[in-house]
Design a protein around this ligand. Structure first.
Ligand SMILES: C[S@@+](CC[C@H](N)C(=O)[O-])C[C@H]1O[C@@H](n2cnc3c(N)ncnc32)[C@H](O)[C@@H]1O
Length: 347
């Protein structure tokens, strides 16, 4: 079952239970209904993003002096690395995040690189930096979610954008308006475990024949049509998250980037990844497990033709999750899961 970073009751206002026709906008929540959301929204926006699993990340960082924060967001974890005295290379594909981190942390002891962590440009910069720690805190920041214009939210009237890289590439609306029904159904089934994926894809294709999808309301109303009037915030969050993952090619990027990033670590260096979706977590778990095996030949192969020795060791047999106190303070951490790996000292 996929888990979700940001969705669920308490963060997004409830949508009306009506099933309005295409092109209508679902009303904004009343002051009372939206009270909790507005409170959290303001609190989290004011701090850009509350860093998740900070104690575990601090522990994992100890002994490191050159840390790559591959997803710097608002610089919450990067601030912690600086406090520990490390030099930091801060990466984010979102120029707004880089600007916010720079505003907060300045330029002393920290440098910045804008781009996807798996891009040739960023990997070249990371390699030159010679890191002994690399952190990936995946998904989106609270700031991205809370800024309606970025189009990650299912709050009423938000554009269906969802691009992390600030205006470059294909939007969520583009996908919803052009993808064949089967492809949409597959995405919702695999990335959101949506039992009515086919019905939803059919509703989208039918509705876009009347007017192209443009705002959150269009997708919310299609979800309601497919799932019935009981569809609620957790359904919207799950399905919007699936679309975001597709728009930003998040799983493909992660799978390609992990080994390339690992190869930049100095001997004895460490990598940690915080995931918020079961698909992300599976990629990280499998990569770390494979790297820690001494032989990766197919079972039954008589002679070992692989490298024949482990690239390093797992530092987390089980993923580290937020405790109750953290969840009380920051409910958005609820689906976070941290895994860590250490490259062999003679690697
Ligand atoms: C959960 S936030 C990170 C928050 C940060 N750790 C902090 O404490 O403020 C995730 C960030 O990763 C960025 N991001 C996601 N995928 C990325 C990728 N492939 N390359 C670079 N940045 C990425 C997003 O733009 C977002 O700013």
């Amino acid at each position: 079952m996929p888990v979700c970073h940001t969705g669920g009751r308490g963060f997004e206002p409830r949508q009306p239970r009506l099933n309005p026709p295409r092109g209508t906008t679902h009303p904004a929540p009343s002051a009372t209904a939206g009270g909790a959301f507005v409170f959290f929204g303001r609190a989290l926006t004011a701090t850009y993003h509350v860093p998740v699993l900070a104690d575990a990340v601090r522990e994992w960082t100890r002994g490191g002096g050159r840390v790559v924060d591959a997803t710097v967001g608002g610089g919450g974890h990067a601030a912690l690395f600086r406090e520990l005295g490390a030099e930091v290379l801060a990466v984010d594909r979102d120029p707004e995040a880089i600007a916010a981190a720079r505003d907060r942390l300045g330029d002393t002891g920290i440098r910045y690189s804008t781009g996807p962590f798996g891009s040739a440009k960023v990997l070249g910069t990371v390699e030159t930096f010679r890191p002994d720690r690399i952190l990936l805190d995946l998904g989106v920041s609270s700031h991205q979610i809370d800024t309606d214009a970025r189009g990650f939210t299912f709050r009423p009237g938000a554009p269906l954008d969802m691009r992390m890289a600030g205006g470059r590439g294909v939007t969520a609306a583009d996908l919803l308006n052009t993808w064949p029904e089967q492809r949409l159904a597959d995405a919702f089934a695999t990335l959101a475990d949506e039992p009515r994926a086919r019905r939803l894809a059919r509703a989208i294709v039918r509705r876009r024949g009347t007017a192209p999808f443009a705002t959150s309301d269009d997708l919310v109303n299609a979800i309601r049509e497919a799932r019935g009037a009981r569809a609620g915030p957790s359904d919207f969050a799950r399905l919007f998250q699936a679309l975001r993952i597709v728009v930003n090619q998040e799983l493909e990027q992660l799978a390609l980037a992990l080994p390339a990033l690992r190869a930049t670590l100095v001997p004895g260096g460490r990598m940690a990844a915080i995931t918020y979706h079961s698909g992300e977590d599976r990629i990280v778990k499998n990569a770390f497990r494979d790297w820690s095996r001494s032989c990766v030949c197919p079972p039954g192969q008589p002679v070992c033709t692989c490298r024949g020795r482990a690239l390093g060791r797992l530092l987390t047999r089980k993923p580290i999750r937020p405790d109750a106190a953290e969840l009380r303070a920051n409910p958005r951490a609820r689906s976070a899961s941290l895994r860590a790996f250490e490259v062999a000292a003679d690697g």
